[in-house]
Unconditional design. Structure first.
Length: 345
């Protein structure tokens, strides 16, 4: 039997919820959580060890976590690694994908995870490992398990895989020559005819479609406008009192600003996507409250909203970012704010 190494988080590892999000990685022999459902469907492999790690711990200690993964891989010598599935969980999705990428690139061992299409880890990692398409939440586990098991079986047996669509994983950006009985021009015309007739057809070149947002009308008179400052740069009061995530944020916060700037020593960056050294020297470099305060004094703008709205944009999902924006907009409308300066990194 081929050997399978499994990775999961504190929740699916059945040790607890968010209160165990800082759990350091450890292992259990055999199966745990979702691998119990996968095992009967993977006839060519056996789950020999399961690694469990808290989502927050992994996100904030990636190098240490991967050192632990490395030790397990070198001891177990697995033929396949399966992580998750993580569905639309941002932190968990990145952890699963990072584990798969590390194992695939370091040891050449095929690795599989499962994510919802909107999980930020899909775009970040799909070229490095196999990411099965899943539903949004863990309610879709029954659909995800057979898909992961089917791909796992083929990889363990060394079978030739079908197209990403046939195997239900996200395309990895690799071009493969495929021989077809009809040339491209003929196939294109046939698809066009089907489209004109309203008949179903399957494109051979999928183009990404993004939601378009109409810009707001310009401010009529800046000299009377109330302006607010928002940032996705992870700027928070020193000590991070509300435990803002370093990546894959799940909330935003509003903090009052005293004085004319984000005073050094009272603010810091918790963002894990850039080097925070210079931001921590002066957080105004990321969230320029000082500049806007000066514009207020000069009469360029009417009034500066005396609060900083902040979150971490690093790997935050589109769904969560949309939710944050709607909540922030509602808060600012109630405060009479007419325009927002949104800074990133």
């Amino acid at each position: 039997m081929k050997k399978i190494l499994f990775y999961t988080n504190q929740f699916f590892g059945q040790i607890g919820g968010e209160e165990f999000a800082y759990q350091e990685p450890f292992f259990k022999e055999g199966k745990v959580g979702p691998s119990n459902a996968m095992a009967p469907q993977i006839k060519d492999g056996e789950f020999v060890r399961s690694i469990i790690c808290g989502d927050n711990y992994f996100a904030e200690n990636i190098e240490k976590s991967l050192e632990f993964i490395k030790a397990q891989v070198e001891e177990v010598k697995p033929d396949l690694v399966i992580a998750g599935p993580a569905f639309n969980a941002g932190r968990f999705g990145i952890a699963c994908s990072e584990v798969c990428k590390f194992v695939q690139q370091t040891y050449g061992i095929p690795s599989i995870t499962g994510l919802y299409w909107e999980n930020p880890a899909v775009e970040m990692y799909k070229q490095y490992c196999y990411i099965i398409e899943t539903d949004k939440s863990a309610a879709g586990i029954r659909k995800a398990v057979p898909l992961i098991a089917s791909l796992a079986g083929k990889l363990l047996r060394g079978e030739e895989l079908g197209t990403p669509k046939q195997e239900h994983y996200y395309p990895k950006g690799q071009r493969v020559n495929v021989f077809h009985e009809k040339d491209g021009a003929t196939r294109a015309v046939e698809m066009l005819v089907k489209k004109l007739k309203g008949e179903p057809y399957e494109t051979e070149l999928e183009i990404s479609v993004y939601e378009k947002v109409d810009p707001a009308p310009p401010i009529a008179d800046l000299k009377t406008a109330k302006i607010a400052l928002c940032t996705t740069g992870g700027i928070v009061p020193i000590g991070n009192p509300d435990h803002m995530y370093a990546a894959t944020a799940k909330f935003w916060k509003k903090y009052p600003v005293e004085g004319d700037c984000l005073e050094p020593g009272k603010w810091e960056s918790v963002h894990a996507g850039y080097d925070p050294v210079y931001a921590n020297e002066s957080c105004d470099r990321v969230a320029p409250y000082k500049v806007l305060k000066q514009l207020e004094k000069e009469g360029v703008i009417g009034e500066l909203y005396p609060f900083l709205l902040t979150t971490t944009g690093n790997s935050t999902s589109v769904a969560d970012a949309t939710k944050f924006g709607q909540e922030m907009a509602e808060d600012l409308r109630k405060a009479g704010v007419q325009a927002v300066i949104l800074t990133s990194t």
